[in-house]
Every structure is written in C-alpha cells, then in structure tokens.
Design a binder for this molecule. Structure first.
Ligand code: SAH
Ligand code: SF4
Length: 357
C-alpha cells in the first residue's frame, strides 16, 4: 500500500480506542490484569485468567480443555454503588462505546496469539453494569459471536447484571445470545437493599421472576453470583432463604469469598463458613460451586486497580463510609427495608432505561 494512502487511512480511522495498557501478572502467571486508558483519560480494566487443562478422558485427552477467560468492562465506573465493590465506590464515569468494549478483547487476543493460544470465554464481570449500557453490550456480543471475528458461542459469553429487570426482559425477548448471570448476594430484600442498591427499585422477587422467565424461554440455565461477606450474608438463615427463593429453578449458584476493599468494614467469610453455607443450599436442592478468587495480590477485586490509580481515599472519608455501611447493615439485620432514595446517577441511569408504557 502506498505510504501516503496508509497515512491518510491512519488519520481517518482510529484502529484502537485504547491509548495505553498497563499489565500486572499474578497467581504465578495464571492471572493477567490490564488497566486500559481510553482516549479521554478514563480508566477501565480487564482480567485474563488462564485455566490449565485437567482430568483424563482417555487416549491422552484431557477431560477439561485449557481455557482462557477474559473479564471485561462495559462502563467506566458504575452508578449502582454496591458497598463491597471497588468500582461502585468510584462512582459513574461514562458508558463505553462498542469499540472500547471490543478492543479490550482484541488486546487480550493479541497477548495470547504469539503462544498459539486463543480466547475461549468472555465474561462481562469487570467494571460497570452491562444492562445499563445494553445497546452497546449487544453490539459487542454480536462482534464477539461473529465467526469472522472472535467466533465465541452463546455458551462462552456471560453477561452479569445486578438486576436491571427491564434489561433482563429485553434479553429474554431476543432469545439466547449468551449466558445470563445475576449478582444476587442476598435473598432477603432488607439486606439486598444495602448490598445491591438497585434492589430498592427492582426487589429480589422481581429479579428472580425475570431470571426464571429467561431460563424458561431460552432453555438456558441462569447462574447466580453470591459474594460471601462474613457475618453479613453468610448465616444459616441466609442459606435457607436462598434455597427457598430458587427451589425448583433452572439455576446454579456461584459462591465467591469477598475480596477485601479499603472502604468497607467487611471481610470474606471463612472457608469453613463458605463450605457449610454451600452444603445447606445444596441440601435445599440447588447446584452450588465455590469459586476461587483470582488475582487478589494484583488487586483483581472488581475495579480495584482503577481505584488504586484514583489515589488512596482520605482516612476520614473511609471512616465515614464504614460507619454508614455498618448502620445500614444493622438496620437490614433487624429486617428494615431501606428508605434511602437511589443515588442521583443511578436514578438518572434507571430513568433513561425505563420501558415506555
Ligand atoms: N455490574 C455487574 C457486572 C460487574 S460486577 C454485576 O454486578 O453483576 C461482577 C462481579 O464481581 C459481581 O458478581 C460482583 O458482585 C463481583 N464483585 C464485586 N466486588 C467484589 C469483591 N469485593 N469481592 C468479590 N467479588 C466482587
Ligand atoms: Fe456496579 Fe457490579 Fe460493582 Fe455493583 S458489583 S457496583 S453493579 S460493578
């Protein structure tokens, strides 16, 4: 191609929406976390996790093939503001463009290519609430599924939501494009009002009803994420409420010990408590997996690297935040629903997405 034409093309089309990437590796090379700087300086992150082949299926073949899963962001920051999540603490920046979502995947694919490996799974579990940026998420899923692009099937793409009910219903109408995960974290409204503030708009029963319809219409199992926080949502009462809520559903629960986050007073449940909780829920007839938490040493908790870059929060601000979280969770333990309004950013995001009647 003539140099002048190439220069003209380079000037007219941006080939990469990401300006800079900062990679940190942990878990002995199994986890690679990348902080991406976008054109306007916003920071988002993705995490590439390598799972070696394991088990024997005979004839020298592994039972489970090796996997390379990329966790990507759909927004810079997040308006939902879950108090155990570093991204939530950052607040909302902006929606990502389709190309900014896909370029995180291109970046990981480029890192894998020299060693002959390729991405097997993509999960929308990084920064942001995908169902509050649904048009762009759907466009990027189309590109990820395109056999001429990444060729990932519906089984290999997971979109996780904190419970945007109209978004779930819209996905159900579109049919199976990917696997839906619901961030539940509590089966009781008073506690979920605190852990996932969106619950004050769409309570747990509405979220689960929408997920149930999704499973019925698409024939695909819905998975539920449940971050385990010591003494907050990991009691026997919570386990029984969870089993009761999902009894008979086409569902699976992933229990995730909480990654420590500076502004919360909370800690992860102990491995023994997680095992007892899992057993109790399983006894109620629901499938449960305990997930290992990847990349803690590289700050792989949702949004943590970007939060570190934003600077350490001032000690008085952290103390105030901790106190308000303790007050809210004490009220929840007494069974009181939250009377707090949604934060302004979240109210705006939700109002924009409310379906027309
Ligand atoms: N906003 C969407 C998707 C991104 S969050 C959602 O909430 O579903 C992806 C997952 O990371 C969620 O299940 C969330 O609960 C989890 N997560 C956030 N903070 C965490 C922490 N401190 N420890 C463990 N998991 C966390
Ligand atoms: Fe947003 Fe998900 Fe973090 Fe909640 S857990 S603040 S919804 S990114």
């Amino acid at each position: 191609m003539p140099a002048a034409l190439k220069a003209e093309i380079d000037k007219s089309f941006r080939v990469d929406t990401i300006e800079a990437n900062d990679v940190s590796v942990s878990d002995g090379g199994l986890t690679e976390k990348t902080l991406h700087r976008l054109g306007d300086g916003q920071l988002v992150e993705s995490v590439l996790m390598h799972y070696p082949a394991r088990g024997f299926a005979g004839a020298g073949r592994p039972l489970h093939r090796e996997r390379h899963t990329l966790c990507i962001s759909s927004q810079a920051g997040c308006a939902v503001g879950c108090p155990f999540c570093a991204t939530g603490e950052l607040g909302f920046g902006r929606d990502l463009e389709t190309a900014e979502i896909v370029d995180q995947v291109r970046h990981a694919a480029r890192r894998l290519a020299p060693s002959g490996r390729h991405l097997t799974n993509v999960v929308f579990m990084g920064m942001g609430e995908p169902l509050l940026n649904l048009d762009r998420v759907l466009e990027s899923v189309e590109i990820l599924s395109d056999p001429r692009e990444f060729g990932l099937g519906a089984r290999h793409i997971v979109v996780s939501t904190s419970g945007v009910v109209p978004g779930i219903r819209r996905l159900t109408a579109l049919g199976p494009q990917f696997t839906l995960a619901i961030s539940l974290h509590a089966a009781r409204d008073p506690l979920r009002d605190v852990l996932v503030p969106l619950n004050r708009r769409w309570p747990v029963a509405e979220v689960v009803a929408a997920a149930r319809d999704h499973a019925r219409v698409t024939g695909r199992r819905v998975s539920y994420e449940y971050v385990m926080i010591s003494g907050v949502n990991d009691t026997d009462i919570d386990a029984d409420a969870l089993a009761r809520l999902l009894r008979g559903d086409l569902a699976h629960i992933n229990l995730i010990p909480m990654n420590p986050v500076a502004h919360t007073p909370w800690q992860a449940s102990s491995p023994e408590r997680v095992a007892q909780f899992a057993e109790r829920v399983r006894h109620g007839g629901i499938g449960v997996t305990v997930r290992a938490n990847r990349g803690q040493d590289a700050g792989a908790a949702c949004g943590q690297l970007a939060a570190n870059r934003a600077g350490e929060p001032a000690a008085p601000a952290v103390a105030r935040r901790r106190e308000s979280i303790i007050r809210a969770s004490e009220a929840a333990m007494l069974g009181n629903r939250s009377t707090e309004a949604l934060p302004a950013d979240l109210e705006a995001a939700v109002a924009l997405r409310r379906p027309r009647r």
